[in-house]
Design a protein around this ligand. Sequence first.
Ligand code: ADP
Ligand code: MG
Length: 237
Amino acid sequence: MEPVVRLVDVERVYRLGEVELKALAGVSLEVPHGQLVAIVGASGSGKSTLMNVIGCLDRPTAGRYFLDGKDVSTLGRAQLAGVRNRTLGFVFQSFNLLARTSAVENVELPLVYGGLGGKERRRRATEALVQVGLGDRLDHQPTQLSGGQQQRVAIARALVNRPRVLLADEPTGALDSKTSVEVMTLLVGLVATGITVILVTHSHEVAQVAQRVLTMRDGKIIADQLQQPRSPGEVAA
Ligand code: ADP
Ligand code: MG
């Protein structure tokens, strides 16, 4: 089967006056469907730049990117936005939920651009919240939820468009270890349903839960290791 993510010699060069900085210096990568991948590496090694390219938030300055078999490296902004909406879900360290807005309304937001009616939006958002175990918190606002619950709302929001790939930059970075286990258990469960999850982490424990660990340095992948994933409960500190 075609890999869901395929990068071929991808470069991302930033020009700062006379100086060229290669944030990505020739990255080639194939990720099959249903894999849980952790990206690790020192600050400044290019992890976020790589996630932005994979997430179609940024385009490579050289090389090719095939997402779900389609060459997206040359698409314009509007087309990329469409691909993002249909294929990708995003989860952030800081949850990025709207304040004073209920969980179900937060999860409905990505559907507002999809032309679905209000009833269908509510049905799909409710289904996504049930999927992350928050079926009894639909009307709670972010301040009425714990950090782990807020991150689960954010994951439901990322899932509501039924993406092929979920991208998460430090999804447990703001959570204590018990809550991190909860969130990692949820992500592992999603992978079991066939979703591909690519996450950035500083945590050795979180990386142990992945099937594959990519290590970045100076804009390159310097190690690409398959491993026997450990269960989130097992690696809890
Ligand atoms: P990481 O996420 O691993 O900390 P980044 O991908 O954010 O690393 O950054 C990789 C390199 O690219 C760093 O040297 C950083 O300073 C540089 N960089 C990132 N974004 C920009 C930008 N918008 N303009 C110029 N340089 C950038
Ligand atoms: Mg970063």
